[in-house]
Design a binder for this molecule. Structure first.
Ligand code: NDP
Ligand code: HSE
Length: 443
C-alpha cells in the first residue's frame, strides 16, 4: 500500500439483500477487513442496506448500517459509491440496477438470471455512463471462472467449455448415488443450506445452469449474451437406476453445461450427461462445481470449487468489490471490458440448432422378454446408420417378464436420434418410455 492510502476515505457500499449471499458478504467484509484493506488499498464500509423484512433474524450483524425496505433508497443515497445487488430475480432487480447505473454507481452482482437475460442492455447502459458491472459470483459460486476466462485465458481462441455449474443439482445427483436418498428430500436440504434459488425449479430444470452457460459462452466466444438460444434440460427425469447402470458401465451422470465452437456454429446446451468416470470432472461431487475450458494454445484447463453457499459466493462478490475499488482511479477505457472483448468487437456468432448437435447416447428401455426383440432393435439403429457401442441386458427380477436393456450409441447427430426415438416409440415390444441421456467423452 502506498504511504497515506490507509488514510483515504473508505469506499462506501450500498447492499441490496441481506439473505444468504448478502449476509455472507457482510460477515466476510468484517472478518477479513485487514486483508481486504491491504489488497484494495482502501477501507470498504457498508453504510446502507435493504431487505424486505427488517425484523427477520440475520446471519450477519447489521449494527451501524442504515436499513431500508426500499432498494431505491439505497441506490439513491448520494454517499454510496458501489452497489452490491444481492436481491435476485429479474423485474425489480433490473429496474434497480438501471437506476443505480443512471446514478453513476458501480455495481457488483451475483444475479445470473439478470445478467443472462438483460446483460446486453445493462452493459450498454453501464458503458454509456462509465460505470462497472461486475458479476463473478453469478457463475459457479466461489470459482473465479469469469476472471479466468476473461483475463487468464485472454490469449486463447476458446474451442469449448463444459461445466458442472449448478451446486444444488450436483448435490442432488451425488446424494442419490452415494446415499440412495430421494430427490425431494435432498432438494429440501439444499434449500435449507442456502444453495437453491428462490424458485428451486431454476436449479432442477436446468434454467440456472443455462443462465450461467450463456454468460460463460458470451465471454469465451466474444459474442452478445444469447440465453434464449441455450438448449435446456434438467435433472428431474434422472432416476437412481440410471445412476447405477451408468456406474456399472464406467460412467457418472452429471448435469453439464456445454458450449462448443463447431464449423457450423456454436453449441449451447445444458442437460444430464454421462461422462467416463476417469475424467476429473466426473469426480466432482456435492455442491462443488467445476468447469473445463479448452483454449487453442493452453489446452484443457480445469477450475474447481464450491458452487453455492454464503461464504464461497461472498468470496466472489468481495473479489469483484476489490477490483472495483482498485479501478476507481483508472480511466474507464483502461478497464477490462464487461464481456472480455470491446463492445464494438463482439461477434454475432450463429448458434447451432440442437438437431444438428452431435453426441453419443445412453438409452434405457424395458422390453418384452421374447426372441428377436434385440435383433429388431439393432436393425432399427442400423437403418438409421446409428452405430451401437454397447448393449447390456438385465435379467428381470423373479416373476417379472420385462427385461431392461441399456444401449450406448456412438456419436450421432441429434436429428437421427430423434428419428430413432420415434421408431422405438412405435415398437410394441418396448414397454413404457425410452430414457435418453447424452454421453460426452470431453476429449
Ligand atoms: P436470499 O433469498 O437468501 O436473499 C435475498 C435477499 O434480498 C433477502 O434479504 C430479501 O429480503 C431481499 N429482497 C428480496 N426482494 C426484495 C425487495 N423487493 N426489496 C428489498 N429486499 C428484497 O437469496 P440469495 O442470497 O441466496 O441470492 C441472492 C442472489 O445471489 C440471487 O441472484 C442468487 O441467484 C445469487 N446467488 C446465490 C447463491 C447462493 O448460494 N445462494 C450463489 C450464487 C449466486 P428478506 O430477507 O427480508 O426476505
Ligand atoms: N442455486 C445455485 C446453485 C446457486 O445451486 O448452483 C449458485 O449459483
Amino acid at each position: 500500500m502506498k504511504e497515506g492510502e490507509e488514510n483515504m476515505e473508505p469506499v462506501k457500499v450500498g447492499l441490496l439483500g441481506l439473505g444468504t449471499v448478502g449476509g455472507g458478504t457482510i460477515n466476510l467484509l468484517q472478518e477479513n477487513a485487514e486483508e481486504i484493506m491491504r489488497r484494495a488499498g482502501r477501507g470498504i464500509e457498508v453504510i446502507h442496506a435493504c431487505a424486505r423484512d427488517l425484523n427477520k433474524p440475520r446471519i450477519c450483524d447489521t449494527e451501524g448500517i442504515s436499513l431500508s425496505t426500499d432498494p431505491n433508497e439505497v441506490v439513491d443515497n448520494p454517499d454510496v459509491d458501489v452497489i452490491l445487488e444481492l436481491i435476485g430475480g429479474e423485474g425489480m432487480a433490473r429496474d434497480v440496477m438501471l437506476r443505480a447505473i443512471e446514478n453513476g454507481k458501480h455495481i457488483v452482482t451475483a444475479n445470473k438470471a439478470l445478467i443472462a437475460k438483460h446483460g446486453n442492455e445493462i452493459f450498454a447502459a453501464a458503458e454509456a455512463r462509465g460505470v462497472i458491472v461486475a458479476f463473478e459470483a453469478a457463475v459457479a459460486g466461489g470459482i473465479p471462472i469469469i476472471k479466468g476466462l476473461r483475463e487468464g485465458l485472454a490469449a486463447n481462441r476458446i474451442e469449448w467449455l463444459a461445466g458442472i455449474i449448478n451446486g444444488t443439482g450436483n448435490f442432488i445427483l451425488t446424494e442419490m448415488r452415494d446415499e440412495d436418498r430421494d430427490f425431494a428430500d435432498v432438494l429440501a436440504e439444499a434449500q435449507r443450506l442456502g444453495y437453491a434459488e428462490a424458485d428451486p425449479t431454476f436449479d432442477v430444470e436446468g434454467i440456472d445452469a443455462a443462465h450461467k452457460l450463456a454468460i460463460m459462452a458470451s465471454i469465451a466466444f466474444g459474442m452478445p449474451l444469447k440465453f434464449d438460444r441455450v438448449y435446456t434440460e434438467g435433472i428431474t427425469h434422472v432416476t437412481r437406476d440410471d445412476v447405477t447402470f451408468a456406474e456399472e458401465l464406467g460412467y457418472r451422470i452429471k448435469h453439464l453445461g456445454i458450449a462448443r465452437r463447431t464449423w457450423n456454429g456454436i453449441e449451447l446446451r445444458v442437460h444430464p450427461t454421462l461422462i467416463p468416470e476417469r475424467q476429473l470432472i466426473a469426480n466432482v461431487d456435492g455442491v462443488m462445481n467445476a468447469v473445463v475450458v479448452k483454449g487453442n494454445m493452453v489446452g484443457p484447463t480445469l477450475y474447481y470449487g464450491a458452487g453455492a453457499g454464503a461464504e464461497p459466493t461472498a468470496s466472489a462478490v468481495v473479489a469483484d468489490l476489490i477490483d472495483v475499488v482498485r479501478a476507481l482511479s483508472c480511466a474507464p477505457e483502461s478497464r477490462v471490458p464487461h464481456l472480455g472483448v470491446h463492445p464494438h468487437a463482439l461477434a454475432d456468432e450463429s448458434i447451432l440448432a440442437m438437431d444438428e448437435v452431435e453426441t453419443a447416447y445412453y438409452l434405457r428401455m424395458q422390453v418384452v422378454d421374447r426372441p428377436g426383440v434385440l435383433a429388431d432393435l439393432t436393425r432399427t439403429f442400423a437403418d438409421l446408420e446409428i452405430s451401437i457401442e454397447a448393449v447390456v441386458q438385465k435379467e428381470p427380477p423373479p416373476g417379472e417378464s420385462l427385461v431392461t436393456i441399456i444401449l450406448l450409441t456412438r456419436t450421432v447427430q441429434e436429428r437421427q436420434m430423434v428419428k430413432a426415438m420415434e421408431m422405438l416409440g412405435k415398437m410394441d415390444a418396448i414397454f413404457g418410455d425410452v430414457t435418453r441421456i447424452r454421453l460426452e467423452y470431453l476429449q
